[in-house]
Design a protein around this ligand. Structure first.
Ligand SMILES: [Zn+2]
Ligand SMILES: [Zn+2]
Length: 263
């Protein structure tokens, strides 16, 4: 039997690194199928000015953030209005939240709580750019994860991508730390298929199951061919849960609960 995953993580044209995916395309899928997914654009790329969408990833991230506060708020408001207008069916609206090196979130203060889904990512680390010793890079990683948790993220996405892509070691102890942080601070951990690190994903998934931490399923779609392809997630889940009893371990959005609470 085919398993119907909730895809917590996709990008639209509001994310600069997205390729052929569009909000109208997602809306069409949501209108014509029963697919459930969240559109979660990068908060920094919505917030930072159009002529400097990658400013968050530079050494000027903080200065640019300070200088673009008003414009950033307007851009986030426009993005959110546009997504809400397009929203239909099983489509939810969220963001992939970025934090500055000092831990502040790149999103207007009171608007984050209005989203259906809040993901968090470690996307930019000065210690990595400066090629600092591994212990300092790990410290900064833990600092950013805790900062994201403090902002109320529901899912930590592609936890080790930045480190592994830079060939920084991710030892079992750091995976253990992440899983315990997830349990204590209350967020799920994503299995992400956009860039695949099976060894670490299997280890993380195994520990998450032991600790009762939910696993979130994300395609992190940047191009349309990635959307709806859960073969990687099935492979990882198949290794850690060979009996196929996946549903009760997977993270689900709580948007209906929130709406009920608001009403
Ligand atoms: Zn990301
Ligand atoms: Zn993403």
């Amino acid at each position: 039997m085919e398993f119907h995953f909730f895809d917590c993580h996709t990008h639209s044209e509001f994310s600069s690194c997205a390729e052929d995916v569009t909000l109208s395309g997602y809306a069409e899928i949501a209108r014509t199928t029963n697919t459930r997914f969240a559109v979660t654009d990068h908060s920094a790329q919505i917030f930072y000015p159009p002529d400097n969408r990658w400013g968050f990833w530079s050494d000027e991230a903080v200065e640019l953030f300070e200088a673009s506060r008003d414009g950033g708020r307007q851009r986030v408001e426009h993005w959110l209005r546009t997504l809400r207008e397009a929203q239909t069916g099983g489509m939810l609206v969220g963001t992939e939240l970025d934090v500055l090196p000092d831990g502040r979130r790149v999103f207007p203060d009171e608007m984050l709580e209005t989203l259906d889904v809040v993901l968090g990512a470690v996307h930019s680390m000065p210690t990595l750019r400066d090629e600092r010793p591994v212990a300092e890079i790990h410290d900064e990683f833990r600092f950013q994860v805790e900062a994201l948790a403090g902002h109320g993220i529901e899912v930590l996405v592609h936890p080790y991508r930045l480190l592994l892509a830079a060939e920084v070691p991710v030892p079992e102890g750091l995976v253990r730390w992440t899983v315990e942080a997830a349990r204590e601070l209350g967020f799920a951990l994503e299995i992400n298929s956009h860039k695949q690190y099976p060894e670490h994903d299997v280890l993380m998934a195994r520990m998450a199951l032991e600790e009762g931490v939910p696993l979130a399923i994300g395609t992190d779609t940047h191009r349309s061919s990635e959307f709806g392809d859960f073969s990687y997630h099935e492979r990882v889940l198949g290794e850690v849960l060979p009996d196929g009893d996946w549903a009760r371990h997977l993270w689900e959005p709580t948007v209906e609960v929130r709406e009920a609470a608001a009403g």
